[in-house]
Design a protein around this ligand. Structure first.
Ligand code: IMP
Length: 193
């Protein structure tokens, strides 16, 4: 099945392709001629995932899905949450985001955090939402160099390693995005797609 995944993030694309497998050909917005930044202006992950999927569907008419992810830190009242990409700056500056998170967590003993991903799928014009969550904790220094974003600071429950110390397959097996994408894949398989 050919489906548009509304991202131009190469890391995300390969993570999601690995979970979905070869039965699915993922097409990027750029490959469909959509080169501008896809708007995400909502105050919830659900709202942003939905806005991105509708943006693509309105312009292509094709089946598509979009995801939105936030890191929700308990001691920060759920921040950065939906603002994770632009936590420290206006751009997607992962290093600056990690520095700010470390600064805001200085001296904080409650290190609990979770990643939450919401996927909006538009299939035959109908929208469906899927969620994936992984609980964990925030370290007080960066460890590992795999992955992207907050991966070097996040240790998932039941592990001693950060996401940035894991292979893509190890991360996918337990990650927020892996869980949400498996729900999406099960839904599509059940429909015979
Ligand atoms: P997005 O909405 O999925 O692009 O995610 C927003 C921000 O959350 C990204 O810019 C990253 O900083 C962070 N993020 C999303 N997914 C991950 C992940 O799998 N690992 C680490 N950080 C992530």
């Amino acid at each position: 099945m050919k489906i548009i995944f509304a991202t131009n993030n190469a890391h995300k694309l390969s993570e999601v392709q690995a979970v979905l497998g070869e039965a699915f050909t993922l097409v990027t917005p750029r490959e469909c001629g959509i080169t501008e930044e896809i708007p995400e202006e909502q105050e919830t992950l659900e709202g942003n995932a939905s806005q991105k999927a509708h943006y693509i569907h309105d312009r292509t008419g094709m089946d598509c899905f979009a995801d939105d992810t936030g890191l929700e830190v308990a001691a920060l009242g759920g921040a950065p949450g939906v603002h994770s990409a632009r936590y420290a700056t206006d751009g997607h500056d992962f290093a600056a985001n990690n520095r700010l998170l470390l600064k805001n967590m200085e001296g904080v003993t409650d290190r609990r955090a979770r990643f939450r991903t919401v996927i909006s799928l538009i299939l035959d014009g109908e929208e469906h939402l899927f969620e994936g969550v992984v609980e964990g904790r925030i370290l007080d220094h960066e460890t590992g160099c795999e992955g992207f974003g907050f991966d070097p600071l996040f240790v998932p429950e039941g592990s001693e390693k950060t996401f940035a110390e894991m292979s893509p397959a190890e991360k996918n097996a337990i990650s927020h995005r892996g869980r949400a994408v498996r729900k999406l894949a099960e839904y599509l398989h059940a429909l015979g797609k």
